[in-house]
Design a protein. Structure first.
Length: 663
């Protein structure tokens, strides 16, 4: 089967008849002049007619050659540049030192953010490490998510202080870098080298065995160093044994790692600016082109050299004497031309073109599976694919198939962009519903708090509230509680779909490697579910036939507490707002007693010490509430805050129990 790669060139065949007519007219004028001078020679006329036909045939062959005929389709392995890059970023406290502007951590972060666009088409993973390491972003083509996480990392994310390069490398090998992709994996490590935990010999052995190209970038001043800010105390410096801690770039450790591992390159950036992209390209310079196993493309045998050779031969046959005199000299270019026809010699331009073109096809194919499920992740891949086709078009301008791919990609990018805009509008509408649900929950929480306050008054009022009044209050509370429960269920129905959507996104992003972190919606949904269950319990104990205030009261208070906690989780309040809310909550929990109730501590004491006959003992127990505890809600909150602080200290102590210099 033969095809033409530039079939529009065949339109030039329409010009050949015009040349034929012009040539025929020229021959007639020549013959007329010859007849007038020396008479007509039939042999000369036939020879010239045959030469004209050969010239026109040669011209037609050149037109066919311009149309680029091709045949013999056969598969060829796809060869293009595609590597996986894992970035390990040191987030120990020493990375906050300002001997590199603005800080060591920010310098590394900025260099990565500036070069994300240049790494389009590569899967990128992100690991943060201090005394331990954690995978923040698994290998992904969604560079927008990588940028999102990079902008938010801080030393507060580390569970264990100090620095352990070994932990980062082990995490990269065990979790992020797949065994099947060895040979096209790269690892960039940003650190100040102040490693107090790693076994350098074992770390070097792991680097040798992992098979990845590793770039170690050292940040910090190796001589003077810098002080470390104290993250727990503004405008103060971290101290150790009464002196300010000075951190310096540990060049020796990093040089030793590079010297013992042939695939490790160490660049001492120190406190100077550096070009991350050029450093990375140097370590992969000899591995830029890779053949991807199992992936092929259909290629054809180019036929234009045959047509050019035939056209040249026809043209030479038009002058027999010219051909006979110059055959020895013409054989050399003819042999070179036919040898070129036998073997498809790839020029450097064609090789570069094939790399960009094939990588664009691969990216387009990969993004096709994401367009429906996750258009946001598909868009950067589509843009990267179009960029590769544009690079291919710059190498060989006018290539029809490249132009077709660019046009198709541009149309699909417009479709995906429209889908993303629709998603954004839907999310904005959903966010508005969430905000309205939060406002509704605030109102419901206030109503629930009033119900809990009212039940507390019923139980603590002295003298006790008459049964008839308790029944009336119970009927009113039942109606109000049913309304609040219905509203709480509506809020839960609004929040749950949003929670499931976020869980699905996080699961897609993290895959099977790690469990996605919980979100504030997970906590809010759980709390509201408990609140609704407590409201059901309260309703059961407020029905007229079986009213039980001692059982309804704790259910009402639990529901009120859980609703307030859910509000805090949803509102993501600042510390100041939480404090204000705690004050308000404290005010709500200071129950307002009926001003007509004449009861005092002396009354309580006298009631407790009143003589009681045995026959009235059971009745007295049923009618008498237990005395209120002698501590306030503020005391409870203060105690709980102290307990939380103690638990946090214990966790930190367990995590860094073997770390003396926890920076």
């Amino acid at each position: 089967m033969m095809i033409f790669k530039t079939p529009e060139m065949l339109l030039l065949l329409a010009v050949i008849p015009i040349f034929g007519k012009l040539l025929a007219r020229s021959r007639r004028l020549q013959r007329r002049a010859t007849e007038e001078l020396r008479g007509l020679d039939d042999r000369s006329k036939k020879r010239k007619n045959r030469a004209d036909r050969l010239r026109l045939s040669a011209l037609a062959l050149i037109v066919f050659a311009l149309a680029r005929p091709a045949w013999n389709p056969h598969p060829k392995p796809v060869v293009f540049s595609s590597r996986d890059l894992v970035v390990a970023l040191d987030i120990s406290r020493s990375m906050l030192a300002a001997d590199v502007f603005p800080t060591r951590l920010d310098a590394a972060r900025i260099s990565l953010l500036e070069n994300l666009d240049a790494l389009r088409g590569q899967r990128i993973g992100l690991i943060t490490f201090a005394g331990s390491a954690s995978v923040r972003v698994p290998l992904t083509l969604d560079h927008h998510f990588v940028r999102y996480i990079l902008e938010r990392i801080s030393p507060a994310d580390a569970d264990v202080g100090s620095t352990s390069i070994q932990a980062a490398i082990e995490k990269a090998i065990d979790v992020v870098l797949p065994e099947s992709d060895k040979g096209r994996q790269d690892l960039i490590i940003f650190t100040d080298g102040d490693d107090l935990l790693s076994n350098i010999e074992k770390t070097a052995e792991q680097l040798r065995d992992c098979g990845a190209r590793v770039l170690l970038i050292g940040l910090g001043d190796p001589v003077e160093g810098a002080r470390i800010p104290d993250i727990t105390n503004t405008n103060a410096w971290m101290q150790y044994k009464g002196s300010n801690v000075i951190t310096r770039l540990n060049d020796e450790t990093l040089k030793k790692l590079a010297a013992e591992s042939p695939n490790v390159t160490y660049y001492p950036a120190r406190n100077r600016p550096f070009d991350l992209l050029s450093l990375y390209q140097k370590i992969i310079a000899d591995t830029a082109t890779l053949s991807i196993a199992g992936k092929t493309e259909m290629v054809y045998t180019e036929g234009w050299p045959f047509f050019i050779a035939a056209a040249l031969l026809f043209w030479m046959l038009t002058e027999r004497s010219f051909l006979l005199r110059r055959i020895p000299f013409l054989l050399i270019p003819l042999l070179m031309l036919f040898s070129g026809c036998r073997k498809d010699i790839q020029s450097p331009e064609k090789t570069t073109f094939a790399q960009h073109y094939n990588q664009g096809c691969e990216l387009w194919k990969t993004s096709a599976a994401l367009i429906e499920s996750d258009p946001r992740a598909a868009l950067p891949q589509l843009e990267s694919a179009r960029a590769e086709f544009l690079r291919a078009a710059l190498v060989i301008p006018g290539e029809l198939k490249t132009a077709q791919q660019i046009a198709g990609l541009s149309a699909q990018i417009r479709i995906v962009t429209a889908k993303i805009e629709e998603l954004n509008k839907a999310e904005q509408a959903q966010q508005k519903k969430i905000e309205e649900a939060i406002k509704q929950l605030q109102e419901l929480a206030q109503r629930e708090a009033k119900l809990a306050q009212q039940s507390q008054q019923i139980l603590t009022k002295r003298p006790p509230v008459p049964p008839e009044q308790q029944a009336t209050v119970a009927a009113e509370s039942l109606i109000e509680q049913e309304s609040v429960r219905k509203g709480t269920g509506e809020v839960l129905d609004i929040i749950e779909p949003y929670q499931k959507m976020i869980q699905k996104m996080m699961k897609t992003m993290y895959g099977e490697t790690e469990t996605p972190p919980p979100t504030e919606f997970d906590q809010a949904v759980d709390l509201l579910a408990v609140a609704v269950e407590s409201q059901h319990t309260a309703i059961k104990n407020l029905v007229p036939e079986a009213t039980s205030w001692p059982q309804a009261n704790p259910a009402l208070r639990i529901a009120s507490s859980k609703m307030n906690q859910a509000l805090e989780a949803l509102s993501d309040q600042s510390a100041g707002k939480k404090s204000e809310k705690s004050d308000e909550s404290s005010d709500q929990n200071n129950w307002d007693f009926d001003e007509n109730a004449e009861w005092s501590q002396s009354d309580a004491d006298s009631n407790l010490s009143m003589p009681m006959s045995s026959q009235n003992f059971k009745t007295a127990l049923e009618n008498k509430a237990l005395p209120a505890p002698n501590y306030t809600m503020e005391d409870i909150r203060t105690e709980e805050a102290a307990n939380q602080a103690q638990r946090a200290q214990q966790k930190a102590a367990r995590a860094g129990s073997n770390v003396e210099k926890n920076w």
